[in-house]
Design a protein. Structure first.
Length: 247
């Protein structure tokens, strides 16, 4: 990393030009990340002013979006009576409660997968079309929707607006915060329909259910002893027993 450092003043301009190339960016965060990643130079902003104050607890935030996220977590929210998750709108909470029923009414016509909502099905269909319309301005990664892209771009800027009210840990998105929140609860709402094992996260349940797959569907096979696995990572760990890698 070069020693040179560029100082960038806080500005409201829409198109911010890179001082080293022809690229322009919509925010100072994106510009700073671009200069660091592409030109190997650290770029800093002057301290931002925090003008948006919460009327309930007087905590200040640098923009309206962060203030709204704070209010949703700390002072408002419609609560799911099953798991305690908060929502800003009744409609969102009702869609969430469908997940507790386990009933998936929206079925993909291309594969056996089923979904709780039409929105989830629409997002899934991209996996068949392979068309990802939302592009990261910094690294060029293509995302399936704007929300995913926004959360991804925060990984470049380092912004973590979603703060856990229990432990104070911050996350790039509300989705990441919701996943983290279950670690503070003993509740395990996701149950395996084969062996009744219970899990805090839906992802953990999906991984567990692979252990019930028949041997012929376990694609990762140890070349030494023939043991089969549902995940490449598990095969890699297993190979350590033989004192070998997967290459």
């Amino acid at each position: 990393m070069e020693k040179a450092q560029l100082l960038l003043s806080n500005t409201k301009k829409v198109n911010l030009p890179c001082p080293l190339c022809a690229e322009t960016f919509s925010s100072t965060e994106l510009l700073c990340s671009h200069v660091t990643a592409m030109h190997n130079i650290k770029m800093y902003k002057r301290k931002l002013s925090y003008k948006h104050q919460c009327v309930e607890c007087k905590e200040k935030f640098r923009n309206e979006r962060d203030l709204k996220a704070h209010n949703l977590k700390k002072h408002t929210g419609i609560v799911c009576d099953i798991c305690g998750q908060k929502f800003s709108q009744m409609g969102n909470m009702r869609r969430h409660r469908i997940r507790h029923t386990g009933i998936k009414e929206h079925k993909c016509e291309e594969c056996p997968k089923e979904f709780f909502t039409a929105k989830e099905l629409k997002a899934h269909m991209i996996s068949h079309t392979r068309i990802y319309p939302h592009v990261c301005e910094i690294c060029g990664k293509r995302c399936r929707d704007g929300g995913v892209r926004s959360a991804h771009m925060r990984r470049h800027t380092g912004e973590r607006p979603a703060k856990c009210p229990v432990c104070g840990k911050c996350f790039f998105s509300i989705h990441d915060l919701n996943i983290h929140s279950v670690t503070h609860s003993d509740e395990r709402p996701f149950s395996c329909d084969i062996c009744n094992a219970r899990f805090r996260l839906r992802k953990a349940l999906r991984i567990h259910k692979r252990t019930h797959l028949p041997v012929e569907e376990r694609k990762h096979v140890c070349s030494i002893c023939g043991k089969t696995f549902t995940q490449a990572g598990n095969l890699k760990k297993h190979m350590l027993i033989h004192g070998a890698g997967t290459s």
